[in-house]
Design a binder for this molecule. Structure first.
Ligand code: BES
Ligand code: MN
Ligand code: ZN
Length: 498
């Protein structure tokens, strides 16, 4: 899809479709009002006859209105004007895009981006609208032998801004939105691929290809390298699989080499059967999404490199399968992690923390400014927060605040959870320095507490994305979250947010 920005009057646009908003009780937005005036009250006439009320989620397509230069006008319901917030704005953009895909229009001029959203800048509106539009247009049909090409000729979108002096800001918002959307799409594609294709070696190959394309440093550690480093916790998960594990390290350098990097660590379990602590059969297919942490940190790196942000960013992905096998770890086995701390593996299904702890220890060698790990870590996080917010854990209040702000600004929600010492007690083991599980209750917190024992040398935060990384049910698929959250955090750090 091609995108551009324009300032100008809706009735003078020569396009296949003009998109304008209508608030509830048939209150016209500025663009709809201008269209109405130039068409002798055509729009308000249609509304008065009762064809549209302006409720959120509704649309009305009109053809060949005299007095306009465009073939179609698509009216989009916006809901109550006084309650119009960020999420309503984004929902309206999505509704518009979905409706446009059902028309024969090749291009569209979208005036929704002129509508004021409380406290939000033009750059914000254009950036978020771009991400939402591409998100709503996403399809994963590479394994369908017959692609569904019914309608969907839409190729070109133009976002309107009301004033010429907003164009520069809008262009910056567009560039950022395109980069973030590209990161989201990469992350969704990797997530949606089945585990027989997207295995650790595939992830490593993708990382290498990306490194070449974007001029990044890339280093792939093999099993033997991990053995030398003493990553026996990570290796204990990999030993039950025929797929060789990979530790993927990618670095983007956009700032002076003296500047400490931000390090993102992503859980890359390309399939999680649970190992010997085998999962039940129902919905086990969804455990192909257990590498979404990896997919989102790779997506974030791609977006960062695209925007050439003036920061240093390193991504670490421990990639492995978790399989049951004659060689697999048994419950009760004790391993020594790279940090030297010993772990009694009481449940082989708590494998995410076992691979992350060694990756987090490995992160120390980059002398990081900040380390953020992203993982589909616990079912307990889904119980706590559902599919709305990712769980945020950090004992550093300033970092937690920055990430919560980024979550709010990007409409990619997160909610802070505690990391109190009281929960650390639950990880006690009679035989090793710690067990790898903390019992039935507070499971997302004990998992985070486990990770915290490996992150004492730098500022650290953990995002549990078990509930937000993918959707189940009829529209099953990866979401690309939290790429928008992470990108907002990085844009903020790079001083590039308007
Ligand atoms: N990948 C899962 C977490 C998960 C489960 C994410 C369901 C999304 C949906 C993780 O490896 C896991 O199995 N965690 C266990 C931990 C338990 C054994 C302490 C869990 O959450 O049940
Ligand atoms: Mn598991
Ligand atoms: Zn897992």
């Amino acid at each position: 899809m091609e995108f551009s920005i324009k300032s100008g009057s809706p009735e003078k646009q020569r396009s296949a479709c003009i998109v304008a908003g209508v608030f509830e009780a048939r209150r016209l937005t500025l663009a709809a009002e201008i269209l109405d005036k130039s068409t002798d009250g055509y729009i308000s006439g249609v509304l008065r006859r009762g064809d549209m009320e302006g409720k959120a989620g509704t649309t009305l397509l009109l053809h060949n209105i005299p007095g306009t230069l465009s073939e179609r006008v698509l009216l989009v319901g916006l809901g109550k004007e006084k309650d119009f917030r960020e999420k309503d704005f984004l929902a309206a953009v999505r509704t518009a895009i979905k409706a446009l895909h059902d028309t024969g229009a090749f291009d569209a001029s979208i005036f929704l981006t002129e509508i004021a959203v409380k406290k939000r800048s033009v750059a914000w509106r254009i950036r978020q609208a771009t991400i939402a539009a591409l998100d709503a247009s996403y399809r994963f049909d590479q394994f369908k032998s017959k692609k569904d090409e019914s309608r969907r000729p839409l190729r070109k979108l133009t976002f309107a801004v009301s004033r010429r002096n907003e164009l520069a800001q809008a262009e910056q918002g567009l560039a950022q939105g395109l980069a973030i959307a590209e990161g989201v799409a990469l992350s969704k594609n990797l997530g949606n691929l089945p585990a027989n294709i997207c295995h650790p070696t595939y992830l490593a190959e993708q990382a290498q290809a990306m490194a070449e394309e974007l001029k990044l440093e890339c280093n792939i550690l093999e099993r033997a390298d991990m053995e030398k480093l003493g990553m026996h916790s990570l290796l204990s998960v990999a030993q039950g699989s025929r797929q060789p594990p990979k530790l993927i390290v990618l670095s983007y350098k956009g700032a002076k080499s003296s500047e400490k990097p931000i390090v993102l660590v992503g859980k890359g379990v390309t399939f999680d059967t649970g190992g010997i602590s085998l999962k039940p059969a129902a919905e086990m297919d969804e455990m192909k999404y257990d590498m979404c942490g990896a997919a989102t940190v790779l997506g974030t790196l791609r977006a960062t490199a695209r925007l050439a942000l003036p920061i240093n960013l390193t991504v670490i992905v421990p990639a492995t399968e978790n399989m049951p096998d004659a060689m697999a770890t048994r419950p009760g086995d004790i391993v020594t992690s790279m940090s030297g701390q010993t772990i009694e593996i009481l449940n082989t299904d708590a494998e995410g923390r076992l691979i992350l702890c060694d990756a987090l220890t490995y992160a120390e060698r980059f002398d990081p400014d900040t380390v953020i790990d992203v993982a589909t870590l616990t079912g307990a996080c889904v119980v706590a927060l559902g599919h709305v917010a990712s769980g945020l854990f950090s004992d550093k209040d300033t970092l937690a605040r920055d990430l919560l702000d980024a979550a709010e600004d990007s409409c990619d929600r997160a909610w802070r959870m505690p990391l109190w010492d009281d929960y650390q007690e639950l990880l006690k083991s009679p035989f090793a320095d710690m067990g790898n599980i903390g019992g039935r209750w507070g499971g997302s917190i004990t998992a985070a507490c486990f990770l915290s024992r490996f992150t004492k040398k730098y500022a650290w935060a953990h995002l549990d994305i078990a509930g937000t990384a993918w959707k189940s049910g009829a529209d099953k698929g990866a979401t690309g979250r939290p790429v928008p959250l992470l990108m907002h955090y990085l844009l903020q750090r790079a001083g590039k947010l308007n």
